[in-house]
Design a binder for this molecule. Structure first.
Ligand SMILES: [Zn+2]
Length: 116
């Protein structure tokens, strides 16, 4: 792991921690170094929460998956734009998962007499 990767990871950890502490605006961007990162939330499904970190000065974007509701989650901070994005991602994931299931089902439902 090179220095810049390590710095980035440390920065991301700082962002996650800031959100956990309730600091949701003017966070330091790990990419451009500006204090331009805001925290947003999405709630794409039952019991599924995500925390987003979006920089307004560059294209930095970080998404964290939450186990349960984030401590500072609020409806005011739910981004519709991100939610739509998230739903599409989720739909794709579900589609991919069900395709896997179909494949698996096809493999396991082979009639017994053909196995020998
Ligand atoms: Zn930035």
């Amino acid at each position: 792991m090179d220095d810049s990767t390590a710095r980035k990871l440390a920065g991301q950890k700082r962002l996650l921690w800031a959100a956990h502490e309730g600091n949701l605006d003017a966070l330091e961007c790990t990419d451009c170094g500006q204090h331009s990162v805001s925290v947003w939330f999405t709630h794409p499904g039952d019991g599924i929460y995500r925390t987003w970190f979006i920089c307004t000065d560059c294209s930095f974007e970080l998404r964290a998956q939450n186990l349960g509701c984030p401590p500072h989650y609020s409806e005011d901070r739910v981004s519709e734009h991100l939610e739509n994005y998230d739903e599409r991602a989720l739909a794709r994931a579900i589609q991919a998962a069900s395709r896997e299931d179909v494949k698996k089902a096809a493999q396991t439902s082979r009639p017994k007499d053909q196995e020998e």
